[in-house]
Design a protein around this ligand. Sequence first.
Ligand SMILES: [Zn+2]
Length: 116
Amino acid sequence: MKIRIREDARKYYIASSMGTFINWDWANTMEQVQGMVLEVETEYLFKNQYNTVPVPGVSDNGLRIMDNMVSEVIDDEREGKARCNWCGKTVPDAPMCFKCGRQGYMESFSNRYRRA
Ligand SMILES: [Zn+2]
């Protein structure tokens, strides 16, 4: 699963942060990755944000990218799956989490995933 960072990521980040706090390190990071396709860490998926794998020369730990910075989701793996808000894992969409066995913590990705 991959995400394409919007071409105007730096500008967009700054514009969307106007009136609040602008993290200039983050703005510069966005400049480095804008337009790039980044691999997503799929063990822990979210509805509205993505954790990438390490990006050489940019971030050793990967980046947390919000949905509005993404222009395209490639091979979205969220269809038919859910996030368990107890253990945080990405699991098949069902009433019970098959990783931790708990019920009532499942947050379905259905009709929230984006078509590439
Ligand atoms: Zn769980």
